[in-house]
Design a protein around this ligand. Sequence first.
Ligand SMILES: Cc1cc2nc3c(=O)[nH]c(=O)nc-3n(C[C@H](O)[C@H](O)[C@H](O)COP(=O)(O)OP(=O)(O)OC[C@H]3O[C@@H](n4cnc5c(N)ncnc54)[C@H](O)[C@@H]3O)c2cc1C
Length: 343
Amino acid sequence: MDPITIIGGGIAGLALAAGLDPQRFDVTLHEQRPGVPPVETSLAMWPEAQAALALLGILPDVRAASTGFGGMALRDSAGNAWGSPEVRGVLGVSRADLLMILDAAVPHAVQRVAGRVDDVPASGPLAAGLLVGADGVHSVVRRTFWGKRAAAKLTPYLALRGVLAEPIAPDAGGEYWGRGQLFGITPASGGRTYWYASFRSDLGPAGIDAAEALQRTRERFAGSAPAIGRVLAKAAPESTLAQRIWTVPTLGSFVRPGAVLIGDAAHGMTPNLGRGACEAIVDAANLAELLNAQPMGEALRAYNRQRVVRTQLLRVASSAMTGLALTEHAQPLRDRLLGLAAR
Ligand SMILES: Cc1cc2nc3c(=O)[nH]c(=O)nc-3n(C[C@H](O)[C@H](O)[C@H](O)COP(=O)(O)OP(=O)(O)OC[C@H]3O[C@@H](n4cnc5c(N)ncnc54)[C@H](O)[C@@H]3O)c2cc1C
């Protein structure tokens, strides 16, 4: 049995632990978070991620817990729609539901270790066999094996999100692009409403008070579309997650001798394409399938070939989308061009 140590039992780490063959690997999973995240949020699951969930054998469970998206209107800050591109086949799933479904799919043979791993030694039990960094954007595995130049980068953007108990109001759904700010309103599972907002902010980077962030958001979006005002009036600090956005610099390889990165640890990106969790699941299902079928060296080389270029392109595309959605100076030009395109 080859030992595999996974640091991080979020979406990527759980998906990998669920996919690895327990007859072949002696898997240990370290996770610092006690239970599911306290604030509920929602994730868009694109078809590629659904195919990876099918490989893990849990697509039916995720589907049963999800809601569909249908059309997703792109709007100006007043609420006028530029268009409603079809987002066919995309599901919306609660992060807590997804984590619970992934968790239940992890074989009993996987050894779970609760608590934070602060150091990854170059030798000793943690370094025996393969070490997997599934520990998110601030990955300790990446810091140890890739060095300080691969440290996470702080963007100037704040993101807030939350779920409201009531259904989405008719004609309110979509993403609203203003001057240096965006607001999203989409359906959430269980007939509820998921909302999110993003703009430049000096809050944080750590320990952001949700009440203060919410207050600033209300001030920023005062005068925007009435649907935004109605959502923000109902949003409460205890059901709002506010955080600064971090990204990971370009890595030419996700593999080092003895270590491999998956998910945000490898390619943490801005959230504007809604792809980070999807690619984390694809990484994990892909790596598990390769490790189960091939000698370790070959499997890691194949994983690198299949995943680096694609995820780095998505990172760049996501940053470009952030620039477009949150532009300040070019906002009048952007709006004019989108208006023309819509016509
Ligand atoms: C506002 C916003 C909206 C988003 N919307 C979407 C979306 O719609 N669709 C989508 O696909 N993606 C979306 N994403 C991106 C998505 O959240 C991430 O890409 C995804 O969570 C990455 O999963 P992960 O498992 O790689 O990392 P994480 O979710 O960060 O999980 C890492 C895990 O490792 C644990 N950990 C970290 N360090 C240690 C340590 N030292 N010791 C032990 N445990 C450790 C953490 O507790 C955590 O459980 C969004 C992100 C944001 C910020």
